[in-house]
Design a protein around this ligand. Structure first.
Ligand code: ASP
Length: 363
């Protein structure tokens, strides 16, 4: 009380004219506004760098030799078209999230890939689709698993992120949510293609020869050289924001209800503006066990590894040969696409003018 009294007294004894006080307030306000504008401009200048980059995968596995020339040409053309879609969004100043969703939506509609139309058959002869998307700005994310009638699971995943307080919705609940949004729904047979049916038949044949055992997908893949076909996209936009997404039908003949890594943030998909954006493809169980997508980011963030070192070390030392592939872009726009299978359909472009589509060539 003793120390407050003099202050109160001083305030009370201020008899300066009101106009001067008002002038002082006005000047303070102007200085404040100028300060905010100045700081705002600095922030804008830091973010709007003009640097952007995008990378896409169309699944790991092997090998183009297993497919007809027509099928290989169609897959290459689809990867190029997807890259063009994503690149245009980024060149026009669009967001990495929009680029990732648009690219994956396009590939989900392309029957050559194991995502959306073209998703593989599960053990019941049906399709269950998984997808996720993640925003590196605030690590918000959305995912759906085991959906059977949603034409574009990646868009539903984004709506889980933006329209709910959850991260992952599964099965019936995810579909009820989809119905409430009036997004495109299809019959489960919409996802059928002759080549996925053939692959499922071959799988069942192989199983019969193997005495009906639920033989491990990896062994099957290495033996028959089959191709996974999951799709994923990572992007950095010119505002410095990273995003990642992945979409899949999973693994041929998977058990009803099986969920892989693709809809699991940290396993198949991850994005953090402080490090990188990651999308994985391969044997999902291994990617979940090793938290692969998060591990790429963690190695960069905590160990100072480059995107190339992080991805390569995981592929060589954490995962088993033949497990799959990883695409990642770091916060500076450096892209790395690695795999420990015979090949991986992949593409990238960036603001330095680099642009390439590589459809499963042998390493
Ligand atoms: N990772 C996916 C899964 O396990 C499959 C794939 O990438 O092809 O469901």
């Amino acid at each position: 009380m003793m120390s407050l009294a003099p202050n109160i007294a001083r305030c009370g004894s201020d008899h300066r004219p009101q106009v001067l006080v008002k002038l002082r307030h006005l000047i303070s306000l102007l200085i404040l506004v100028w300060g905010f504008t100045f700081l705002g401009n600095i922030t804008m200048a830091q973010n709007v760098s003009g640097t952007w980059a995008i990378s896409i995968h169309g699944g790991a596995g092997t090998s183009p030799g297993n497919f007809s020339d027509e099928a290989n040409a169609a897959r290459h053309a689809a990867m190029q078209a997807a890259l063009d879609i994503g690149q245009k969004i980024l060149v026009d100043g669009g967001t990495s999230l929009d680029a990732v969703e648009a690219v994956i939506r396009f590939l989900e509609d392309e029957p050559q890939f194991n995502a959306g139309k073209g998703a593989v058959f599960n053990a019941q002869g049906r399709h269950e689709l998984d997808a996720s998307i993640m925003d590196g700005r605030d690590k918000s994310g959305g995912a759906v698993a085991g959906v059977t009638i949603v034409k574009n699971p990646i868009s539903l995943a984004r709506l889980v992120m933006t329209e709910t307080r959850h991260v992952l919705l599964t099965g019936d609940g995810a579909e009820e949510f989809a119905r409430s949004l009036h997004i495109d729904l299809v019959d489960n047979t919409y996802f059928d293609t002759p080549s996925t049916l053939k692959r499922w038949d071959e799988f069942l044949e192989g199983q019969k020869k193997d005495g009906g055992k639920d033989n491990e997908q990896a062994a099957l893949m290495l033996d028959t050289g089959s191709y996974f076909g999951t799709v994923g996209c990572v992007a950095l936009d010119s505002s410095g924001n990273l995003a990642a997404g992945t979409s899949t039908g999973g693994m041929t003949n998977k058990k009803f209800g099986r969920v892989g890594d693709s809809p699991i943030l940290g396993a198949g998909t991850y994005a953090d503006n402080e490090s990188c954006a990651v999308s994985c493809t391969g044997i999902g169980e291994e990617f979940i066990r090793n938290s692969v997508a998060f591990d790429v980011s963690a190695r960069m963030k905590y160990q100072g590894a480059s995107v190339e070192q992080a991805v390569t070390d995981i592929l060589e030392n954490q995962l088993r040969p033949g497990d799959g592939g990883i695409i990642a872009v770091d916060k500076n726009g450096r892209v790395f696409m690695g795999f420990n299978t015979g090949g991986m359909a992949r593409a990238m472009a960036d603001s330095t003018g680099k642009s390439e589509v590589i459809w499963v060539e042998e390493k």
